[in-house]
Design a protein around this ligand. Sequence first.
Ligand code: SAH
Length: 200
Amino acid sequence: MGKTELINSLRKHGFPENILGAFAKVQREDFVPERFRSMAYEDIALPLGSEQTISQPYTIAFMLSLLKLKDRQNVLEIGSGSGYVLALISEIVKNGEIYGVERIRELAEKSERILKRRGYSDVTIFHGDGSKGLKEKAPFDRILVSASAKEIPSELVNQLKIGGILVAPVRDSIFQIKKREDGEDAEEFQGFVFVPLIEE
Ligand code: SAH
């Protein structure tokens, strides 16, 4: 599959144009190890080094669509790995502030280099444990968790603005949490597979 076919296949699933446009702009091959470059546009998860994987494009598109991203938002991704999803978010959110937290130093450093080289100057990566969020930049309009926790991390909900949205895998489901003045609305989407969120 090439990039055009991948985007056509995502379009058939009904994803909105701003998400398809981001997949068209970002070069997935920049974010995967050299020996997997020929597979960069297959709709499958790929190794990104350090025994981690970049999710399948379909799953990424699904999570991004649940986030309902808009311009000028500040967005946090926990488990930013290769930086691929941060690049997609940066293409969707204009004039925003985008933060990634990654616990494996090698990935944090490598992704930072690639994103800078590709001109994603609105993205900042922090090396460390993101399971408690990123206090110094909170509150956020949107939080995406890219590794699967055992339960919905309540500290992350605390770091959302009112009206903010958290998208997080819990075991093999994706949860979309919308924060209201007086609580949260949660919706569950089943049937996904993620690497675990390591809580320290
Ligand atoms: N979204 C990434 C892929 C995510 S794979 C991409 O586009 O490439 C999940 C990542 O979560 C892995 O890189 C893993 O190291 C990281 N991770 C797991 N637990 C974490 C934690 N507590 N804090 C920060 N990162 C974590």
